[in-house]
Design a protein around this ligand. Structure first.
Ligand SMILES: Nc1nc2c(ncn2[C@@H]2O[C@H](COP(=O)(O)OP(=O)(O)O)[C@@H](O)[C@H]2O)c(=O)[nH]1
Ligand SMILES: [Mg+2]
Length: 301
């Protein structure tokens, strides 16, 4: 890809920005090349105390998009340039989810704030490499292009989505009011990654009870507990406070360990998927000429 387009994206051309991100998505632009066009190197910012990439994750319908709209409006009005990557598996099939999200994102229509905010959906089906790897590359590139913070909205169900969240420096899990089923194992796994939990829909009965359940479950675990906040993204209750807490959010020791576990697994998966001997190894496995241990050994060096 022509470096003029990447440089134009840095100068603020939205069309060039969209083309650059698409090129990453389609594997026609390599992140290392893109960063070197910009005179940057591929360093991991996640060790810094201030975060650059935040994932907002949770079940469909809990109000992530509504909440993200409120939060990024706040940050943008404080002078931060915010890019939002919406990773929604359903959007690649129907386009409906994206359309829905755009309708809920009033910030992109705000004349005062629209230059401070960029919204992009990530087509999870198109990509030939793994989705978390693409999202990670896009986020890194957006930071190199001058965006101050990248927010990733992702559904917190399924391994790929959890791994998209794990590429972020901070993870915020959004929950709805209690549904009477307590905290199950699947939810506990997601909560383990949380640097903060937001229980949204505080206008509905059961929200406070659910927030208390989550706080209790954190007290049972070891280490520092993440903050648990209540919001109503519809009328804005608690949203200003949540924006402030999230902007200065620190990572808890236990969340960073859980996050690195996911990153390690994605890294290994990516390594295997990119191994030039993958195809022949699969054929050998299928024909029974090697066993799984041998296959793993072959692919892991
Ligand atoms: N009652 C109530 N409804 C909300 C609240 N926040 C979002 N919703 C509604 O919940 C639905 C799903 O919201 P959306 O932001 O798309 O959820 P997402 O799938 O998590 O991104 C929409 O109909 C919203 O209007 C809230 O605080 N209270
Ligand atoms: Mg959404």
């Amino acid at each position: 890809m022509n470096s003029d387009i990447v440089l134009a994206a840095k100068d603020g051309c939205r069309r060039s920005l969209a083309r650059t991100l698409s090129a990453l998505e389609n594997n026609t632009l390599d992140i290392a090349d893109a960063l070197s066009m910009l005179g940057e190197t591929n360093n991991d910012a996640s060790q810094q105390s201030d975060w650059s990439i935040m994932a907002i994750t949770g079940a469909p319908g809990v109000g992530k998009s509504c909440l993200v709209d409120k939060i990024i409006s706040q940050w943008a009005s404080q002078g931060k340039k915010i890019a939002l990557l919406a990773v929604d598996p359903s959007s690649s099939r129907t386009g409906g989810a994206l359309l829905g999200d755009r309708v809920r994102l009033s910030v992109v229509d705000d004349i005062m704030l629209k230059d401070m905010v960029y919204v992009r959906s990530v087509a999870t089906r198109k990509s030939s490499s793994s989705v978390p790897a693409v999202v990670s590359d896009m986020a890194k590139l957006l930071l190199a292009l001058g965006w101050n913070k990248v927010v990733i909205e992702t559904v917190g169900a399924g391994q790929s989505e959890v791994r998209c969240a794990a590429i972020a420096d901070r993870i915020v899990v959004v929950e709805g009011p209690a549904r009477g089923d307590g905290i199950q194992a699947e939810k506990a796994g997601l909560l383990e990654l949380a640097d903060a939990v937001i229980v949204n829909k505080s206008d509905i009965v059961g929200a406070r009870k659910h927030a208390d359940e989550i706080k209790e479950s954190f007290e049972l675990g070891d280490g520092q507990s993440p903050p648990v906040l209540l919001t109503c993204a519809l009328n804005g209750d608690g949203c200003q406070f949540a924006s402030d807490v999230l902007l200065n959010l620190q990572s808890t020791g236990r969340s960073s360990k859980a996050r690195w576990r996911e990153r390690l697994l994605s890294g290994l998966e990516q390594k295997i998927l990119q191994n030039p001997h993958l195809e022949e190894t699969l054929l050998s496995l299928a024909s029974g000429s090697i066993d799984l241990d041998e296959a793993i050994k072959n692919l892991n060096n």
